[in-house]
Design a protein around this ligand. Structure first.
Ligand code: PMV
Length: 333
């Protein structure tokens, strides 16, 4: 069998969606940025056929047979559910290379979980990349994206693919489901503050609730989709001009559209309004909503003030820097 014994370490970034979450599931392009929080996967070869996965940050571990049977080891009830997407990412890479190999997988991440920052995709992308490098000494981004997308299907049922795409390719992207990515040029200073409500939520449940709304109110939903499509087109123009004020205003409108499909809540609205009051150019929830995170676009140098206001309103805030690099191999023998 080709490849090495390892270990190989790969890392992949978290993301914030600037425009178009939820609507991206229905074909509207999303504008999405990779940020400087990363997940890391460390992979080495085993002598047997097991895929053993450890997530020390979560205190869970267990092994999967090649056909997906789970043998628990450490941790709480839901260990299999949490580790299975990582196994799927591994299995997809093995399948596409046509090999079977036992592997030790260790994942660590500095990305808040279930908060709308793409932590599950970053874990799947870094895992797929490390396995691919270990077995073929190549980093095929399309293959990594596809493997992580399969893993995401287990987590989100009908993912648009925006999370694995940005985590794989990095930078600032326009992503259209079923079409692909286009790299965008970021205006010189894109200063973003992230505010975390601390409320965990399930992307799959929120995406299902939006689908139920579409089925119940098809004509209202299609007008909202149309508005979202126009909004993203305007945001692309504003980005092209480097017009931060217009971008901020459009983010406010985007938050309004997300409220209209029922995915915001009081905690998110409170943080959004506190950021605007503190002088943000615009603010919106980011990701699936229902809790998790919001983002604020601020004038260069204003980040600390807005972060403070978000914290005073009960959130945990941090300044996010754009990560130009997507998935990368950190270490290999
Ligand atoms: O998992 P989150 O919270 O980053 O949300 C992903 C973005 C959605 O548009 C809500 C779902 C999707 O698959 O695009």
């Amino acid at each position: 069998m080709p490849g090495q014994v390892g270990p190989v370490v790969a890392s992949a970034p978290a993301k914030v969606i600037l425009f178009g979450e939820h609507f991206v599931v229905y074909g509207v392009p999303a504008i999405v940025a990779a940020i400087d929080l990363r997940a890391r996967a460390r992979i080495s070869r085993r002598d047997d056929e097991l895929i053993r996965i450890r997530a020390p940050d979560l205190g869970i571990s267990g092994s999967f047979s090649q056909d997906g049977h789970f043998l628990p080891e450490l941790g709480r009830e839901g260990a299999e559910g949490t580790l299975k997407p990582i196994f799927i990412a591994v299995r997809e890479v093995l399948r596409s290379l046509g090999v079977s190999s036992g592997l030790d997988v260790e994942v660590r991440s500095s990305i808040p979980i279930a908060a709308g920052l793409g932590s599950s995709a970053a874990v799947a992308v870094s895992t797929a990349a490390a396995v691919h490098w270990l077995l073929s000494r190549r980093l095929d981004r399309e293959l990594v994206f596809n493997a992580a997308l399969e893993a995401e299907k287990l987590v989100h049922i009908t993912p648009s693919g925006v999370d694995p795409a940005i985590s794989t390719y990095g930078g600032l992207l326009r992503y259209t489901k079923g079409v692909g990515i286009e790299h965008l040029k970021a205006p010189g200073q894109l200063e973003l503050v992230v505010g975390d409500t601390g409320l965990k939520r399930s992307t799959g449940a929120l995406v299902s609730a939006v689908r139920a709304l579409r089925d119940r109110r098809p004509s209202r939903f299609s007008s909202i989709l149309e508005a979202a499509m126009e909004l993203v087109a305007e945001a692309l123009q504003a980005l092209g001009r480097g017009d931060l004020e217009a971008l901020g205003e459009l983010m406010d409108v985007n938050h309004g559209l997300l409220c209209s499909i029922g995915v915001s809540n009081e905690a998110l609205d409170r943080l959004v309004h506190s950021a605007r009051r503190a002088g943000a150019l615009g603010a919106k929830l980011t990701g699936a909503g229902g809790g998790g995170c919001m983002i604020a676009l601020v004038e260069p140098g204003m980040g600390q003030d807005v972060a403070r206001a978000i914290e005073e309103a009960g959130g945990r805030a941090f300044l996010a820097k754009l990560s130009l690099e997507g998935v990368r191999i950190e270490a290999a023998p």
